[in-house]
Design a protein. Structure first.
Length: 224
């Protein structure tokens, strides 16, 4: 037990992940209790087809989020902190928007489970209510992951990582509207929010105070 305490004391950036527990409580609370007052739709949504196969990149999102987060946590603390602020800060803003502007969508088709694609979509529909959709956190977190990958020196040395991440980010974002989990308005809103966070974190360096507080050294990782 003392080894664990010592390890966490020397790697204080890992404590940032604890804030995700707050977000998980918020997600479950909002998903179960918020009733939309505003149903979002635009004409462009009518031209976007329902493509059941796009559920594959939609569910790949879970691995796309977790694996880079874990990698950066143990290999690039500075990039890890930037990513957490991007993701967790963005999600917090999303929940504030959901509370002030309770929204949802009525775009889901009636589906019959006939194959693995429709099975997965049915499971998604049954566990994730069509509420709290704007901005899309699926898109927001995908952009955050790609930005972190693009800026990580260690990952940039692996030439294949960036293009693979870019393709996954695009496919995941497109999948949100093609499996009718989101309106295109949700994607636009997430893109605007993502750009704002990108400027704050990577251009204006607003995360530096957090890094200083947990004693991160940009050249060596942690000051121990």
């Amino acid at each position: 037990m003392s080894k664990v305490r010592n390890y966490l004391r020397e790697n204080r950036h890992l404590y940032v992940v604890l804030y995700y527990l707050v977000l998980l409580v918020l997600y479950n609370t909002f998903n179960q209790n918020i009733e939309p007052k505003y149903y979002l739709w635009c004409k462009l949504d009518d031209y976007i087809p329902f493509v059941k196969q796009m559920v594959i990149p939609y569910v790949i999102w879970y691995a796309y989020i977790v694996l880079p987060l874990v990698y950066l946590a143990f290999n690039s603390p500075n990039d890890f902190v930037d990513l957490c602020v991007f993701m967790f800060g963005g999600m917090t803003i999303c929940f504030i928007i959901f509370a002030l502007f309770p929204n949802g969508q009525n775009l889901r088709p009636n589906i019959e489970v006939t194959d693995i694609y429709t099975f997965l979509i049915d499971r998604i529909y049954s566990t994730d209510n069509p509420t709290n959709s704007l901005p899309s956190m699926h898109v927001l977190n995908s952009v955050a992951i790609h930005c972190a990958i693009a800026r990580c020196d260690k990952l940039r040395k692996r030439k294949w990582v960036y293009p693979v991440s870019l393709v996954l980010m695009i496919l995941i974002s497109v999948s949100t509207v093609m499996v009718k989990q989101h309106s295109i308005l949700d994607v636009f809103a997430a893109t605007v929010l993502s750009y704002t966070l990108y400027v704050l974190i990577y251009k204006l360096n607003v995360t530096q105070s957090i890094k200083d507080r947990i004693a991160l050294d940009s050249s060596k990782g942690l000051r121990i």
